[in-house]
Design a protein around this ligand. Structure first.
Ligand code: AMP
Length: 234
């Protein structure tokens, strides 16, 4: 059975980090709509330029554009064994469109990562992103532990531990924009929990733990959801 997974949760919950890990373990693509939009913006495409302005305000790109992008992406053959969606769906309209795209495919497994808002604000204010490879890193603590790719900052300064690229703050991680993104999340995306919560394949995990613990909880919940066991919310 293909692993068709959605990571649901507010900005800063750790969706991207966990999605990357799961994608590696299961050898399936991680599909991050935020990464796709940032890549389009860097390429200077029309959609990219328009998306950048919207992202800089912390608002959402239109459902039509996002549904088009994801529907094209999920038509590619590399999703045959599954995929991990990070950052999509973000509205009920997108979730409804995704159900239509998933018709006759293996069921979606939906995992919500729950993190209290003060912790999200703290995390986003210290988050850096590599200009070259797009990987995320935290500012503190300084230094990298050997074999721990999650730390991402070299002792020499603001450099990516993976590729040596320059670490910068995401333009939408500034205080004002973070507040707007969290508001947009509460208004537009949080209702997706109600949209999905009665499905047997919906799960919640506690995201306010160390990444390894979140990963372990996620793995257990995903396995349980795939085996069709009844789940529960936090
Ligand atoms: P992310 O990297 O997931 O935090 O996304 C960064 C920004 O990209 C968001 O704040 C939105 O402006 C835009 N974006 C990403 N995914 C979506 C989506 N599914 N629907 C609308 N806008 C999106």
């Amino acid at each position: 059975m293909a692993l068709n997974l959605i990571m649901l949760g507010p900005p800063g919950a750790g969706k991207g980090t966990q999605a990357e890990r799961l994608a590696r373990e299961h050898r399936i693509p991680k599909i991050s709509t935020g990464d796709m939009l940032r890549a389009a913006a860097q390429d200077g495409t029309e959609i990219g330029r328009r998306a950048q302005a919207i992202m800089d305000r912390g608002e959402l790109v239109s459902d039509d554009v996002m549904i088009g992008i994801v529907s094209d992406r999920l038509a590619r053959p590399d999703v045959a064994c599954g995929f991990i969606l990070d950052g999509f769906p973000r509205t009920v309209a997108q979730a409804t469109a995704l159900d239509a795209i998933m018709d006759r495919r293996d069921p979606l497994i939906v995992v919500e990562i729950v993190v209290p808002e003060p912790e999200l604000v703290r995390r986003l204010s210290t988050r850096m992103i590599c200009e070259s490879c797009g990987r995320t890193a935290d500012i503190p603590p300084r230094g990298i532990r050997p074999g721990d790719p999650g730390q991402g900052r070299t002792e020499a300064g603001d450099r990516c531990a993976f590729c040596g690229g320059k670490l910068v703050q995401r333009t939408d991680d500034s205080d004002v924009v973070v507040r707007e993104r969290l508001r947009v999340y509460r208004t537009n995306t949080k209702p997706l929990v109600d949209f999905y919560k009665n499905r047997a394949t919906f799960r919640s995990v506690n995201g306010a733990q160390a990444p390894d613990q979140v990963a372990a909880e996620l793995a257990a919940e995903i396995a349980a959801a795939r085996n069709g066991r009844v789940g529960g919310r936090l």
